[in-house]
Design a binder for this molecule. Structure first.
Ligand code: PSU
Ligand code: MN
Length: 305
């Protein structure tokens, strides 16, 4: 058995060898961040958004021990339908490979597999980060340290607003992860346009984002995070936002949820308690990020020619 070495879909392999733009997409947000069965339609919409941006989508997951970069429709069905699918961070990849297990990949493991395949741009919803009780629980997403050592552009709507946003920004600074706002220095709050934190830098075009990444790659390994806030008229009502987040965090505490189950539990609670409002906004922001990532990947491919 040769578990562990990635399988590229024919379309992704062709695009990469021809130097055409490719955008990596993670599968944890499908399998654990969005409810079944809505996640299945969202998976197709996200891939279509990457294509609108001018790039080939490469959704990443591990199937029977083998990392797949670019999935068939039937493979996306598997990821979206299985209620027991594992959530795989970087540290879980060797176990899945050795035991032939399947799982969805998080930001950390998707970034690693994408970069290894030669993909330079990745789109997601919101990064993992420092949880609000981290001083007691030590719960800080492995996304942060993975981005410190993985060279790619990550387009996101900031970090999930269930987290301690200022603490997460401090950690990104300590880890020397480059963070630039897209068109603004306002750091987005995932479901809401403004987290209350600001950034030092903004870029105004896909070409500028691509140029920052090119410069980063020459300097040192590590990610360039491009944050893409929702327009004000598409964000979740901030009052509803603060109320449902407080309720979801309290419910997680009461249920004694720990470790990697925290984020899926809280997101699921939010989707139910907001009557689907957080779900609609979550899908919308992922689609916007996917399209922008497609444009950045196109700019990067154009600059390389
Ligand atoms: N973005 C979303 N929904 C999600 C995630 C990101 O819109 O569910 C996932 C990503 O896979 C990210 C993970 O890596 O949440 C973070 O999990 P944790 O907090 O356990 O590190
Ligand atoms: Mn965690």
């Amino acid at each position: 058995m040769t578990h562990g070495s990635p399988t590229l879909s024919p379309e992704v392999a062709d695009a990469l060898s021809a130097g055409r733009p490719v955008v990596a997409l993670e599968s944890t947000l499908l399998a654990h961040g969005l409810p079944r069965p809505d996640n299945r339609a969202a998976a197709d919409e996200v891939e279509a958004a990457v294509r609108r941006g001018g790039a080939v989508p490469a959704t990443i997951a591990v199937l029977d021990g083998v990392p797949h970069v670019g999935l068939t429709g039937a493979e996306v069905d598997r990821i979206c339908a299985d209620p027991d699918l594992a959530k795989l961070g970087v540290r879980d990849l060797p176990v899945a490979a050795a035991l032939g297990r399947s799982g969805a990949t998080t930001v950390s493991s998707t970034a690693l597999l994408a970069a290894a395949a030669g993909i330079g741009v990745f789109a997601t919803g919101g990064l993992g980060g420092v949880h609000r009780q981290a001083a007691d629980t030590f719960d800080e997403s492995a996304d942060l340290t993975a981005l410190a050592r993985t060279s790619l552009v990550v387009v996101c709507a900031g970090v999930k607003s269930i987290l301690d946003v200022p603490a997460t920004l401090e950690r990104l600074e300590s880890l020397s992860v480059t963070v630039v706002g897209y068109g603004t220095t306002t750091f987005p709050g995932f479901y809401v346009a403004d987290s209350g934190s600001t950034l030092d830098w903004a870029v105004d075009s896909p070409e500028q984002a691509a140029a920052v990444f090119a410069a980063r790659r020459e300097l040192a390994p590590g990610a360039v995070v491009v944050t893409n806030p929702l327009p004000l008229d598409e964000q979740l009502d901030p009052v509803l936002h603060d109320r449902v987040i407080a309720g979801a965090l309290a419910a997680a505490e009461e249920a004694g949820v720990r470790g990697k189950d925290v984020t899926p539990f809280v997101l699921d609670h939010l989707h139910r308690e907001s009557g689907g409002a957080t779900l609609a906004v979550n899908v919308r922001l992922v689609l916007r990020n996917a399209e922008l990532a497609g444009r950045i990947a196109s700019a990067l491919a154009g600059a390389a020619r």
